[in-house]
Design a protein around this ligand. Structure first.
Ligand code: NAP
Length: 287
């Protein structure tokens, strides 16, 4: 049995789709979710839906019972994730799982960004637990950037603080497919994967591609980290989160968002989704 936490999230849903596509019977998949009412569609497809709140160890013990492999999808409550993830790791250990895969952050060994702190702490707890692991250190999602396309098209600018750094951005569906490969094939115990799209691109190149495909001029407006934190707060993020995200962009400007490991395409057994295709799909979704 394969359990996926956070299975009602964007990444989790894609992972479950990929597991089914790869031939795992739905009944052999556990969707471990905080809100079972959001998982009615999964239950209809025959997936076992079990309540699993990262804050409630008893729910995690029940949800992971009988699981052979677990994918811990990092939580979304920045600042609370270390104790939450520890609860999942302890439940996975108690369940005797033979692989615990964890979606971390690219270059976790070297990055000094605040966003990475909880991922580094989680990886350390997993190593200490003795449970066989696979670290899926995901680069930034393409969707983090495409979420800004409507504003970029309206105002003619993409805004960030990454300078001219190369970004190994990949689509969520590529990251999900790689996670499904790790969960359904052997030989991943105690492996660390630095997962990123190839080729990497700069924000200026992303703006140029958006311009080319939309027919509207979009430039890249590079801010300093403090300016970008102010910008993110001005568009609605809580200041503390805006500061952490802007700090992450500062890290990316120093190379933290880049990898040439080749791990993602190697796991997928195909090239990662090209930038042009990802931009086209995002524009199609905008209608
Ligand atoms: P998402 O759509 O926000 O999904 C997060 C999932 O975590 C949701 O299913 C949510 O449950 C679940 N969750 C949050 N707190 C929980 C708790 N206390 N107990 C149980 N489940 C909990 O995010 P995503 O796009 O799928 O991304 C997955 C993770 O990757 C994020 O959580 C974040 O750690 C990280 N991330 C990475 C990037 C990147 O660019 N690499 C960008 C954004 C996020 P509900 O469905 O009930 O809300």
């Amino acid at each position: 049995m394969i359990a996926v936490t956070g299975a009602t999230g964007h990444l989790g849903q894609l992972v479950i789709d990929e597991l089914i596509t790869r031939g795992v019977p739905a009944g052999e998949i556990v969707a471990a979710v905080r809100s079972p009412e959001k998982a009615a569609g999964l239950a209809e497809r025959g997936v076992q839906v079990r309540r699993a709140d990262y804050n409630e160890p008893e729910s995690l013990a029940a949800a992971l019972a009988g699981a052979e492999k677990v994918l811990l999808i990092s939580g979304s409550e920045v600042g609370q994730r270390v104790p939450q993830h520890r609860n999942v790791i302890e439940a996975a250990k108690a369940a005797g799982v033979r692989l615990l895969a964890y979606t971390g952050i690219l270059n976790a060994d070297v990055t000094e960004t605040r966003l990475a702190d909880e991922h580094k702490a989680t990886e350390a707890i997993i190593r200490e637990s003795g449970v066989p692991f696979a670290f899926l250190r995901n680069a930034f999602y393409f969707e983090v950037y495409s979420a800004n396309f409507p504003a970029a098209l309206e105002h003619g600018a993409l805004v960030d603080a990454v300078g001219d750094a190369q970004l190994s951005v990949a689509t969520r569906s590529d990251f999900a497919a790689a996670a499904a490969v790790v969960l359904t094939t052997e030989g991943h115990e105690n492996k660390v994967y630095e997962l990123g799209g190839e080729p990497a691109f700069t924000m200026a190149e992303l703006a140029a591609e958006l311009t080319r495909q939309s027919g509207r001029t979009v430039v890249y407006n590079n801010l300093t980290v403090p300016e970008y934190a102010g910008f993110l707060a001005s568009v609605g993020l809580p200041q503390v989160i805006a500061d952490i995200f802007a700090d992450a962009s500062g890290g990316a400007s120093r190379g933290d968002g880049f990898t040439n490991s080749g791990d993602l395409s190697r796991l997928l057994g195909r090239p990662t989704t090209p930038l042009a295709d990802a931009v086209a799909a995002a524009l199609k979704d905008l209608g």
